[in-house]
Design a protein around this ligand. Structure first.
Ligand code: KG4
Ligand code: ZN
Length: 356
């Protein structure tokens, strides 16, 4: 049997500098190390990610993080079979740092270079914890992305729905900012919500009865903005957080039901897998709702562990393993692709307005 590849993964698409070493194994690959350096403290005072500051932080950290990942894996650079690096989508100045670093490393080692789509990393992240067969349905809900994808196979995706404006994590962060919660506010909104009355504020559910399983969150943000002017007490904040959290759950429930049924139409397996990934998937109340919905629709819910749900390099190495096994290597002049979509036939939806 041929040797199981060992891949060094590198990720720098947004505000996390990450490196990981993952070794292929019989059923589920082994994560030998998974190091993530978050820049939350750098961007906190600006209420969002500042690209130039993010790029500078990547530049300062990427070699140290990679060294740490190697040290923790107990391996040496010479043991690595290929270097897999995020090439897009993301912030161009941030992607450039990881990509240049990864290419130089691959070149100096004389090992293959593999360009990875960050979204494909999220899509394959459940394969790092359990054996999961293609096809499966994925909902990616992060700070930058909100999409349903039919994961047909490596490099084969069909997008079923996406957002036409804000990403779901962005909606959480913007709501949090309006009630003076530091960036990224998603986790704190979840905590506040547990203390509030979810019926206190009636918030809109944009395009809830049209647009298939596409989302829109911009109108929700405007409603939260209006209410936030009259927020006076801590209790008001808790109530607004609870109302927001409940509205999001209702939207996700309705839109996901549509996506599950659409997926089922083309996949007649007895029980299909539904993977929920991205930072927002760590929200426990959202997880509960998905568990109930999957019960109703006869799907198996799969939640990658929280450290693999948010941005990391183990998921990039995971894609590296699958590409390595198919000898899908890339040239060293591979470009940065800030808008790289997984389903390249899908239209660009952001800012397209309500045309449904
Ligand atoms: O996947 P991720 O770590 O990074 C990318 O955006 O790629 O996702 C970060 C997003 C942020 O918007 C953050 O507020 C949100 O995920 N988030 C949450 C929770 N934990 C993180 N949103 C709601 N509830 C949470 N518990
Ligand atoms: Zn991500």
């Amino acid at each position: 049997m041929s040797k199981k590849p060992i891949i060094l993964g590198i990720e720098s698409s947004c505000d996390e500098t990450a490196a990981a070493v993952v070794k292929d194994d019989n059923k589920v690959p082994k994560i030998l190390s998974n190091v993530v350096s978050s820049q939350v403290d750098i961007h906190k005072e600006f209420g969002g990610v500042v690209p130039e500051l993010a790029a500078r932080a990547h530049l300062e950290k990427i070699d140290l993080i990679t060294k740490k990942a190697l040290k923790e894996s107990g391996l040496k650079l010479k043991d690595i079979d290929a270097v897999a690096v995020t090439a897009g989508p993301g912030l161009v100045v941030c992607l450039t740092v990881g990509l240049s670093f990864g290419k130089s490393l691959a070149m100096s080692l004389g090992k293959p270079f593999i360009a990875v789509n960050h979204l494909e990393g999220h899509a394959l992240s459940p394969k790092l914890i359990s054996e999961i067969k293609y096809p499966y349905l994925l909902l990616l809900i992060s700070g930058g992305h909100t999409q349903f994808l039919n994961v047909i196979g490596l490099g084969k995706y069909k997008r079923l729905g996406t957002t036409i404006d804000d990403a779901l994590g962005e909606a959480f962060d913007k709501t949090a900012k309006l009630i003076n919660i530091d960036f990224p506010g998603g986790p704190k909104i979840e905590k506040y919500a547990q203390l509030g009355d979810c019926k206190k504020f009636n918030l809109p559910k944009p395009i809830i009865n049209r647009g298939g399983c596409n989302f829109s969150f911009a109108g929700l943000k405007t409603a939260v903005l209006r209410i936030s002017h009259n927020i006076k007490t801590k209790k008001d904040k808790y109530d607004l957080a609870a109302s927001f959290q409940k509205t999001i759950e209702d939207i996700l429930y309705i839109k996901t039901k549509i996506a599950l049924r659409e997926f089922k139409k083309n996949n007649k397996s007895k029980k299909n897998n539904f993977v929920i990934a991205g930072g927002v998937a760590s929200n426990k109340s959202i997880r509960n709702m998905f568990n109930n919905l999957c019960n109703e629709e006869n799907f198996k819910p799969v939640f990658p562990p929280i450290e693999l749900c948010s941005d990391n390099a183990a998921m990039i190495a995971m894609v590296g393993i699958e590409k390595y096994k198919k000898k899908k290597f890339d040239p060293l002049n591979y470009p940065v692709k800030p808008r790289w979509q997984l389903d390249e036939s899908a239209s660009f939806m952001k800012g397209s307005g309500l045309k449904f």
